[in-house]
Write a protein that binds this ligand. Structure first.
Ligand code: TMP
Length: 217
C-alpha cells in the first residue's frame, strides 16, 4: 500500500490542553507503528520561532489584527513549505498545534470581525491554496477555565507568552463562539470535544475519533 501522510490540526482557545494532547496522540500513533511528527503555529520552524516571540509576547496593543494576520500567515507559509508539505510527501502523519482556523478565530472573531473575512480567505488561498487538514480537533472550554489554566502555566515561563491571554473576556468569548460556528460550517472536517475533563479522558476520546476517522485498528 502506498504511504499516505495525514494532516491533523488541533484548535481551541487558551488553556484547552492542546499541546499535551498533540504529544499524547503522537505517542499513540507512533505506538501503532505510524511515522508521526508534531509541530505548531506559530513557531514550527526556526524563523517561525522568531515570529512567535514577536506575536505572543509583549503588549496586546503593539500591533493590530491586520498586522497579526500577515505575520501569522508568513509563519504559516514557511511552516507549510519547509516542514508540513515535505513531511506529508514522505508519508508522515503531521499533528499541528494550531493552523489557519486560529487566524479566523483570533484575528476575525476575536477582534469582533474588524478584519474582512474575505481578506483572510484570500491570504489562505495565497499561502495554502486548496490544501486542507484531513481532520481538525476543536477542544472547547469555557474561557474562564481555560484562561486560568493558561495563566497558571505562564507563571512558570521565563518569557511570558501571554499577549493574547491579556485581552478582555469578550475577545475570548467571541473567539470561542467563532470556533463553534466554523465547526458547524464544516462538520466533515471538524470534531468538537469538551476539553473540561482529565487529560487521560480527553486523550482516550481523541484516540477514538482518530481511529474511527482513519480506520486504524
Ligand atoms: P499557543 O501556542 O499557546 O496556543 O499560543 C499561540 C497564540 O497565538 C495563541 O494565543 C493564539 C494565537 N494565534 C493567533 O492569534 N492567530 C493564529 O493564526 C495562530 C496560529 C495563533
Amino acid at each position: 500500500m502506498e504511504a499516505k501522510g495525514r494532516f491533523i490540526t488541533f484548535e481551541g482557545g487558551e488553556g484547552t490542553g492542546k499541546s499535551t494532547q498533540v504529544k499524547l496522540l503522537a505517542e499513540a500513533l507512533s505506538g501503532l507503528g505510524l511515522p508521526v511528527i508534531t509541530t505548531k503555529e506559530p513557531g514550527g520552524t526556526e524563523i517561525g520561532q522568531e515570529l512567535r516571540r514577536i506575536l505572543v509576547t509583549g503588549d496586546k496593543d503593539k500591533m493590530d489584527a491586520v498586522a497579526e494576520a500577515l505575520l501569522y500567515y508568513a509563519d504559516r507559509r514557511i511552516h507549510m513549505t519547509k516542514k508540513v508539505w515535505p513531511a506529508l510527501a514522505e508519508g508522515k502523519w503531521v499533528l499541528s498545534d494550531r493552523f489557519a482556523d486560529s487566524t479566523v478565530a483570533y484575528q476575525y472573531y476575536g477582534y469582533d470581525k474588524r478584519v474582512p473575512y474575505q481578506t483572510l480567505e484570500n491570504l489562505y488561498k495565497l499561502t495554502v491554496g486548496d490544501f486542507k487538514p484531513d481532520l481538525t480537533i476543536l477542544l472547547d472550554i469555557d474561557p474562564k477555565i481555560g484562561l486560568a489554566r493558561s495563566l497558571a502555566k505562564a507563571g512558570h515561563m521565563a518569557v511570558k507568552e501571554t499577549r493574547h491571554e491579556s485581552r478582555a473576556m469578550e475577545f475570548h468569548n467571541n473567539l470561542r463562539q467563532g470556533y463553534l460556528e466554523m465547526a458547524q460550517k464544516e462538520p466533515e472536517r471538524f470534531v468538537v470535544l469538551n476539553a473540561d475533563k482529565s487529560i487521560d479522558e480527553l486523550h482516550q476520546e481523541i484516540v477514538k475519533v482518530v481511529a474511527e476517522r482513519f480506520e486504524l485498528t
